[in-house]
Structures are given as C-alpha cells and as structure tokens.
Ligand binder design. Structure first.
Ligand SMILES: [Zn+2]
Length: 404
C-alpha cells in the first residue's frame, strides 16, 4: 500500500554541515541533535535550530554515562569533556556521584535497598532529563530575542532517558522501560517517545520480540524510537532484517509513530510495516555503535541511488563511464558532473536529493512494485557491478519486505 512520505530526520553531526540543513530545507522533515553536540556548541546550535524553524528532537545521550568514564574524557588532560560536564549540571545527582567516583552509572543507582527500582530515583533522573529537553534551547536563545520574535525553541517530541541493554533480561532493559514510563509524568503538553535500545541479536528470537512489544504497550507513550546499535542494513542477514521488520510491524499495532534512530533505505522500506520515519547524518551515521568517538568518514563516498548505498567515488566514476545511463540527474550532480569530479559539497547535496527521491518513491509506489524493482535491479546490474560491490542487500531487503 502506498502511503505517507517517511519522515526523514537529519542528524546534526559536524558544525560544517549546517549550511546543508539551511539550503535544502525542503528535502528533509526535521533535525535530531545529540545533547553532547548541543553542549559542545550550545549558543550557536540553539540559534541554528531556532532560525531553521524545522521540527527538532534532542537525543539526551543518557546511555553515554553507562560507558567507561575514560570514553567521556579529553585525551590531553584526562578530564571529563565539557559537553558531558555540562550535561552533568542538568541531569545531576546520580551522574554527579558517578563522576565523583570515576565510574559508569550502574543499575544499582536506580535501585532501592530491597533490590527493586526506586521510584524516587527514577523520578528524579527522568524529570531532570525531560526538563533539559524542554527548556534548554529556549533558555539559550533567552533574553530579549524571545519576546521580540517568534521562536522555534521547543522540541517536536521528547525522547525519554534511555540506556542500552543486551537482552530483555538485562537489568538495564527494565530500568530503561521504567524511566520512560515515569518520564510521561513530566511531559505536559509534549509528546514523549521511549527509546528501544537493545542489542540486535535479540531480533533473532520471535518470543523476545513479542515480549518487548507487550512491555512497551503503555498509554503514556506517544510513539517509539528504535536504536539497534551496530545494525548495518547493508550487511545484516535475513534473520535480523526480518526480526527488525517484525518488531516494527508488531509495535505498529498500537497505532503510534515509530522512528528509527539510525538508518538508510531499508528503514524507508519498513514504512510498509509501520515505520513512520528514521534518521541519519548527511552521508554518515546511518548505523551507530554505542561508542562515542568519531564523526563522519572524511572520504568522499557517493550515494548511488539505484543501489541505495554508498560507494567510493572512484568506483562510481567507473560505473558512470561504463554505463552513462546510470549517471544521476539531480540538481547537484547535473552541475557537478559536467565538470568531472563532484566536490564534497556536491556529494552531500546529492545525498539529500537522492534520499528525498527515495522517500517519495516509497510513498507513491505499492510495496510489490518496489520489491519488484529492487529484485530487478539486483539481477540486471549484478554482472556490471559485482566486481565493485556486493549487491546482495537489495535481494535481502526485497525478500524481507515482500514477506513481512
Ligand atoms: Zn545526484
């Protein structure tokens, strides 16, 4: 069934990406920004989000405090990075205690003396995180400006505090779920979605999926975010791709929005199963591990629309010279490719056009048509492309989407 255009949220990674957000406002739905990035450049990021006037969501990055503290420190003096020490001021007491003791946050930080979760501790933490998301941009813009012009200083949706878990019996699974539930007490007029953040291996077991979907049936949740760390849409096997599709389909029975925190074209295809949107950076962060380090890859990888994945530019250039009918005709490429090699800027703008086109295709075509096209592309282009790239992802995606 053809349907709505999947909402594509651009992740704000490096400040240098900001002009692409500003110049291509019609090519994406909204912005997702990590709290740690916001706190690295607070004033400029707040002004940017306000001026942009697109829906934005703040990822509170609470899971980061579960990492070894050395990962939150600067290399030069081994002190906690400013972005995390700023967040500590907002989220405080549990995080303050962890920093003082130079340790990660533990499940015990949310437990009472009887070993059960302590509602007071859950309340305290979630109320602070939610207050941060609700007020941070507004207070950064602050001052006179707020009264002189209309601002866009409030998040579109609140993201509940969350921690990753390795399985549904990991203590963090329950703590994360309960934090999300208590967070709904503080949402006021806002919509609030919990984050389902769990190791991808959990998808291999249908009983796990059913269990989780039942656990997340809660009237206070207005939608769902999903983050499966290290889930690589291009290379996951049929079992995990099917598991993801089943998770989305089962959750969708609650009739609420479902947003993938990191994804690419398979996430767009999941809109046939109930996914309403997903996020990535411009040319990077379409998958993410729990580790913090690293921004986008600096090398020029070009998004090949008919492959729905990236290739190094040298390979794309070879492809285009072997079969000129494959050359992209988007506004960015039309100009850039007439002069030979595209610049990094062209490659980024091209990605935004290509993604916009893909999402429009998914919205306007029936599932069977898309599946047929994916499989046809796979078999037709295989001989030409096989020396350059593994194309199997198209076949796997087609199979999964056709059956679930
Ligand atoms: Zn293009």
């Amino acid at each position: 069934m053809a349907g709505n255009i999947p909402q594509f949220y651009l992740r704000l990674g490096i400040p240098a990406d900001k002009p692409f957000f500003e110049e291509n406002k019609d090519l994406y739905y909204g912005v997702l920004v990590n709290a740690r990035i916001l706190e690295s450049f607070p004033k400029s990021t707040a002004a940017f989000l306000n001026d942009l006037s697109k829906p934005f969501i703040i990822d509170p990055d609470t899971y980061a405090f579960k990492l070894d503290p050395s990962m939150l420190k600067r290399e030069r003096d081994f002190q906690i990075k400013r972005s995390y020490s700023e967040l500590e001021k907002f989220y405080n007491s549990i995080i303050t205690q962890c920093f003082k003791e130079d340790r990660p946050i533990y499940p015990a930080d949310f437990l009472g003396s009887n070993g059960n979760t302590d509602v007071k501790k859950l309340d305290e933490f979630s109320s602070k995180v939610i207050a941060y998301e609700k007020t941070r941009i507004d207070s950064l813009i602050g001052g006179l400006l707020r009264f002189m012009v209309e601002t866009n200083a409030h998040p579109y949706v609140l993201m509940a505090p969350y921690f990753d878990s390795s399985s549904i019996v990991d203590p963090w699974y329950k703590i994360s779920l309960e934090l999300a539930k208590v967070s709904t007490k503080f949402k006021e007029k806002y919509q609030l979605y919990p984050v389902i953040c769990i190791e991808k291996s959990f998808l291999a077991n249908e009983a796990n999926i059913a269990h989780l979907v039942k656990d997340y049936d809660f009237s206070g949740f207005d939608g769902y975010f999903i983050w499966l760390p290290d889930f690589n849409e291009d290379s996951e096997n049929l079992v995990l791709l099917s598991g993801y599709a089943k998770l989305v389909k089962n959750l969708s029975k609650y009739g609420k929005p479902i947003i993938g925190m990191y994804g690419k074209f398979f996430s767009a295809l999941l809109s046939y199963n109930g996914m309403t949107g997903f996020s990535s950076g411009i040319n990077y962060w379409d998958k993410r591990s729990l580790e913090i380090a690293g921004g986008g890859p600096p090398y020029p990888r070009y998004y090949v629309p008919f492959l729905h994945t990236f290739l190094p530019w040298e390979n794309v250039a070879r492809l285009f010279s072997e079969d000129p009918s494959l050359v992209c005709r988007c506004p960015a490429c039309k100009q850039a490719l007439s002069g030979g090699q595209p610049s990094m800027n062209d490659i980024k703008t091209h990605f935004l056009y290509a993604r916009f086109q893909e999402l429009g295709d998914v919205a306007s075509k029936k599932k069977n048509t898309i599946v047929r096209e994916l499989l046809a592309d796979y078999s037709k282009k295989k001989p030409l492309l096989e020396p350059l790239i593994q194309l199997d992802h198209l076949e796997r995606w087609g199979k999964v989407i056709a059956t679930i």
